[in-house]
Structures are given as C-alpha cells and as structure tokens.
Design a binder for this molecule. Structure first.
Ligand code: KG4
Ligand code: ZN
Length: 346
C-alpha cells in the first residue's frame, strides 16, 4: 500500500509517500516558511495558510518524481487534522480530501503529535509498546505512556511554555532571531554551562508535569543584570549553554522519574527539540546508567515533516480506519485535540 502524507499544521509544508510493503519513505519534499516569518519574529497564521496553498502541489509533484510513480499508484491519503493553526490545517485538509475525492481513494486525519510519536518506529523495529514517549516540540511538552499503539495516557505536561517555545523565546532575548532554538543550541556548544546558575523548574514538585516560564524569566534577569554584555559573544554562548543545561537536565530528570514509576524499559523521544544533540547524548547516557533503551527519530524527522503523517496514517489505514465523510469540510480540523481521545490502532 502507498500512503501519501500531508503536513501543514504550522510553518512547514511536508509531503511524503510511504510504501508499507517496503517499510520505506519512497518520496518526500519539505518546504520551510521560516525565512518568510522571521522578519515578523514569529509565525503569521494568514501568511502560513497562503504559503501552504502555494507549495502543496509543487511539493506533491516533487515527491511523486522522487518515488518514480504516478498519482494513480497512491492507495490512501493521510493529513494532519490537528492540533495546529486553523487556516494552515484547512489548507492541508482541503488539498488531501480533494485529491482523495478525485482519485477515489480513502483519506484519514492524523494527530500531529501521534505523527511525531510514531515516526521513530520507521527507523527501528526495536520500538514496540509498551513504552514511554517524551514529546518535545514548539507547542507541546509531554510524557506519554503508550500501552498499545494509539492508546495514550498523558503522564505529565507543561503547565506553561513548551520547551521548544522556551528555546525560541530565550534565543529571541539573546538577539538570535526567529526561530532561534537550533541557533541557541549550536552556540551553547561553545559556552560554559556552569557560568550562570539557572533553575531546574518543578524538579522538587511531585508528579511529572513541567514548567519552563520560570527558566525563561531567570534568563531575562541575567540579561538585565548584565546589560553591558548583551553584544558580547562569550556572554551569549555561556548563557545559551547554561539555559540548555537547565532545560535538558529538567527533561532528563522527568524522564528518569517516569521510567521508574511506569517500570517501562523503552523511552522514545520525538518532536522538534529531539533534534538537540546535547539532549540526545545525555539521555542516551542516562538510559545506559538507569537501564532503559532510548530511541530518537532520524534527525530529519525530529522537526515537522510529511513522512511522520504518512507513517502514522499508514498504520491506521492498515488497521481499517479511514474518514467517514470525506466530501464534507464540516469539523474537518481540530485546532486543539487531546492525544488520549484517539482510538487504539491495534
Ligand atoms: O515539532 P516541531 O518542528 O514543530 C512543532 O510541532 O512545534 O518543533 C519545533 C521546535 C521549535 O521550538 C524549535 O526551536 C525546536 O523545535 N528545535 C530545537 C532544535 N531544533 C528544533 N530546540 C532545541 N535544539 C534544537 N536543535
Ligand atoms: Zn511538530
């Protein structure tokens, strides 16, 4: 079966073709709107929707070309149904359902975070439920217990900012532009992570929730106390490294606690922040020490992409699921959507 995946929840337009027989992505194309939004300091929803509409067809053609197939070889279409920006999601669903109608093939709405959660399975057959997932992106930070595929229990989540959002906001305060998360991470490599004593939020609190707004405020206080150094390269690198250490250590402490409480042996880490090399290295080392296996997606599938939607959709299509009323756009998208509401895949 060949499944087309369409991702348009925020500012990346992702298209991919997944072949279930080969267990492989056979064609993919991605367009990032980052440069367009950078001059506004954040995503402008109306511009995002328009850009998705412009890019979907060319990217679709590009992925067909890479896969060396014609569109009549596609068996089903999965698209991101939510959560995300309403106009951006509507661009994707309109494209996916119109194409499904034209080709007379089934469509299915996929939860964006389930896409992130499942895509590491594409590169490792060792990931099998039950496991715990740490989902870390620009909009979400949560620990999820995966008893069965599709059956999710949220163990803890952020009470305020998502960790990716904290990376981006801290980067902005340091004058690194938007979206500064990856830039902050690369500057942190050169800094001294002990230079500034920043809080590890929530670690003394019971449960598995997160909070990152206090950490962000602590960075702001350091900037205000050292105004004369704000253009100083060493100051920026040291503060970036100190922030990254605090964020990463907080995530690791919460994961270690979740693994202990659930007694699971596998930890899957996914979402944009899972691209962070420091998090990858330190979490792997923690796994060795505490006796659990840690898995990440292939680096290019950490941040938003079409492959994760094609893959998650394919697992659901194979289990016989599909949209019931695909000609209608009524309640076609869900800007907010709790992972726990999903049905089991198998
Ligand atoms: O999953 P994603 O692509 O989009 C959402 O679903 O939000 O995640 C984007 C987030 C951004 O906040 C970005 O700054 C962060 O992931 N990110 C990183 C790194 N690469 C992307 N954060 C820290 N280190 C990185 N290397
Ligand atoms: Zn995402």
């Amino acid at each position: 079966m060949i499944v087309l995946g369409i991702e348009t929840s925020c500012d990346e337009t992702g298209v991919a073709l997944y072949d279930t027989n080969k267990n492989q992505i056979i064609g993919e194309a991605l367009y990032s709107q980052v440069k367009t939004h950078a001059k506004y300091g954040g995503v402008v929803p109306e511009i995002a929707s328009r850009d998705h509409i412009k890019k979907l067809l060319p990217l679709f053609d590009e992925s067909l070309k890479e896969a060396k197939i014609s569109q009549d070889k596609i068996d089903a279409i999965a698209y991101t149904q939510g959560p995300g920006l309403i106009g951006a999601l509507l661009s994707g669903v309109s494209f996916a359902r119109s194409l499904g109608f034209a080709l007379q093939i089934p469509t299915l709405g996929v939860h964006h975070m389930e896409g992130h959660l499942l895509v590491p399975m594409l590169s490792s057959e060792l990931i099998k439920p039950p496991f715990v997932a740490l989902l870390v992106s620009g909009g979400h930070t949560m620990l999820v217990d995966v008893e069965r595929l599709g059956k999710y229990k949220i163990l803890g989540e952020t009470l305020d900012d998502a960790v990716g959002e904290a990376f981006d906001k801290t980067a902005k305060m340091l004058g690194l532009g938007y979206p500064g998360g990856p830039k902050l991470a690369s500057l942190a490599e050169f800094g001294d992570s002990c230079a500034y004593n920043l809080p590890r939020p929530m670690l003394k609190k019971p449960g598995l929730d997160f909070s990152f707004s206090g950490l962000k405020t602590a960075v702001l206080t350091q900037i205000q106390n050292n105004e004369e150094k704000i253009k100083d390269k060493k100051f920026i690198e040291d503060l970036a490294a100190s922030f990254q250490a605090a964020a990463v250590e907080t995530l690791i402490a919460r994961c270690t606690k979740a693994m202990k409480l659930t007694k699971r042996e596998i930890l899957v880490v996914a979402g944009g922040v899972s691209a962070n090399c420091n998090l990858r290295e330190r979490l792997k080392a923690t796994g060795v020490l505490k006796n659990f296996d840690v898995f990440f997606p292939e680096a290019k599938y950490s941040t938003d992409n079409g492959a994760m939607i094609a893959y998650a959709g394919a697992l659901r299509f194979l289990a016989g699921q599909k949209d019931k009323d695909f000609a209608s756009l009524k309640s076609a998208v869900k800007t907010r959507w709790n992972l726990e509401e999903l049905s089991a895949i198998r």
